[in-house]
Design a protein around this ligand. Structure first.
Ligand code: SF4
Length: 377
C-alpha cells in the first residue's frame, strides 16, 4: 500500500498548524512540499525530525523488500515489488533453465541444442538462462553457458515446486506472491521456481500462465526450441518496463542497398512498429529507406496525439538529416494512420525549402508487401 502526498501531509505539523510547521529542516519549503516528495520517494521520512511515530512505522514497513533477490552466477531472480506490472514494473524476468542429466540417453545432443539456442526479438538476443547439471560434464561442453550443479541448485534459498498439478501450482504461486507483496510476510519472501516435466500438450499454456503469475524461474527437463521461443517472447512482453517504451534509434535505415531513386517510408521509433515495418521492408526484394522519427518510443497514432509526431518536427528532422540532398526520389510514404497529415506535412516540408510529395501508405505493416507491388507497377 502506498500513501498519496495529501495523505502523508495530514500526519505532518503543517496540517495541524502545530509548532515547527513549515520549519524547512527537511530541506523543503513547506510540509506539503515534503509530503509530495515523500510520496514520490524523492526524500526520506527521516529528513523530518517531527514526523510522528506511526508515519515512520508505516514507511519502515513499506520499505521492506517483499521478495528476496537470489543471484546465480550473475543471473538474478526474484526481487519483485508489485503484483501487477502496471503498478510500477517487474524487476527480474522469469529465468528459463534446462535440466541435463548425464544418466539420460542423448544428454550430449540435448546440451548441444541448449548451447545453440538463441533468438533475437526487438533487438534483444535471448539464450537459455541456466543449465542445471546432474552428473559431471567436461567443461568444454558447457562453454558459454551459465551452469549450476543440481546439488547446488536445490540448496539455493528458493522455493522449488514440482509441477504435478496445474491447479495446485497456480494456487501456490499466486498465494506466495500475494502474501509476499501485500503482507510482507517473510515466510513467503523466497523466489519461486517451478520444475516442469515432459512435453505435454498443455505445457506451453501452463508455462505461460506461470510466467504471468508468478514464477521466478521455470525449469524444463526437455529442450523444446519452439516452446522456449514462445515463452521468451511472452516473457519479453511481460517484463518490459511499462514506463519505458521500447524504442530504437531515430535515424534513416536502409534495406536492400537503396540508391537515390529507392522507395522512402516513414514511421516513429516505437520498437514494435519499427520491427514490424523493418521485417516487411527487409523481406521485399525492393531497395528502400525507412525514416524513423524520434517520438519517445511512441507508436504513430500515440505520437501524433501527444504531439511527438508533428509536421514541423518531421520537416525539421528531414532538413537536419539533409535527406533531400541524399535522394532524387521526391515521394515519402507515411503510415496510413496519419493520412490526415498529408497536406500539412507537404506544406511544412516546403517551408524548409525542400519538396516532397507525401503518399499515404498502409495502416498495418503486413500490408506493405501488397502496397509496394501496386505502387511500383
Ligand atoms: Fe514540515 Fe517536517 Fe519539513 Fe519541518 S521538517 S517543514 S515539519 S516536513
Amino acid at each position: 500500500m502506498e500513501l498519496s502526498g495529501l495523505q502523508i501531509f495530514k500526519y505532518l505539523p503543517g496540517a495541524k498548524k502545530a509548532e515547527n510547521s513549515n520549519c524547512k529542516k527537511c530541506g523543503c519549503p513547506t510540509c506539503m512540499a515534503f509530503a509530495l516528495k515523500l510520496a514520490k520517494k524523492q526524500v526520506e521520512i527521516s529528513s523530518c525530525p517531527y514526523a510522528p511515530e506511526d508515519l515512520k512505522e508505516f514507511f519502515a514497513m513499506n520499505s521492506k523488500q517483499p521478495q528476496n533477490t537470489v543471484e546465480i552466477n550473475g543471473l538474478k531472480i526474484g526481487g519483485e515489488n508489485v503484483l501487477y506490472r502496471h503498478e510500477k514494473t517487474f524487476v527480474n524476468k522469469t529465468a528459463i533453465a534446462i535440466l541435463i542429466d548425464t544418466l539420460e540417453k542423448g544428454w550430449q545432443e540435448k546440451l548441444e541444442r541448449v548451447r545453440n539456442f538463441e533468438i533475437t526479438r526487438v533487438s534483444e538476443t535471448m539464450k537459455i538462462d541456466l543449465v542445471i547439471l546432474k552428473g559431471t560434464v567436461p567443461t568444454e561442453l558447457t562453454e558459454g553457458l551459465n551452469v549450476i550443479a543440481y546439488e547446488e541448485f536445490i540448496s539455493l534459498p528458493i522455493e522449488i515446486i514440482e509441477d504435478t498439478d496445474f491447479k495446485s501450482t497456480r494456487e501456490t504461486l499466486i498465494d506466495t506472491r500475494t502474501r509476499a507483496i501485500n503482507e510482507k510476510d517473510e515466510n513467503f519472501a523466497k523466489p519461486v521456481c517451478v520444475i516442469m516435466h515432459g512435453q505435454g500438450d498443455d505445457l506451453c499454456a501452463r508455462a505461460s500462465f506461470y510466467i504471468c503469475k508468478y514464477t521466478n524461474m521455470l525449469v524444463f527437463d526437455e529442450m523444446n526450441e519452439a516452446l522456449i521461443s514462445t515463452l521468451m517472447t511472452l516473457r519479453q512482453n511481460i517484463f518490459t518496463d511499462p514506463q519505458k517504451p521500447l524504442q530504437v534509434e531515430a535515424k534513416i535505415y536502409e534495406f536492400n542497398n537503396p540508391d537515390e531513386n529507392s522507395l522512402i517510408f516513414m514511421t516513429t521509433n516505437f520498437a514494435l512498429t519499427f520491427f514490424a515495418v523493418a521485417n516487411e521492408l527487409e523481406s521485399l526484394n525492393v531497395p528502400s529507406y525507412l525514416i524513423v522519427t524520434p517520438a519517445d518510443g511512441m507508436s504513430v497514432l500515440t505520437a501524433w496525439s501527444a504531439e511527438k509526431f508533428t509536421a514541423q518536427m518531421v520537416a525539421k528532422i528531414l532538413k537536419k538529416w539533409d535527406f533531400a540532398n541524399k535522394v532524387k526520389n521526391r515521394k515519402i510514404i507515411i503510415p496510413g494512420l496519419l493520412a490526415h497529415m498529408k497536406d500539412e506535412l507537404e506544406e511544412e516540408i516546403r517551408n524548409t525549402g525542400d519538396n516532397f510529395e507525401i503518399v499515404v501508405g498502409t495502416v498495418e505493416a503486413y500490408a506493405i508487401s501488397d502496397f509496394v507491388k501496386d505502387y511500383v507497377k
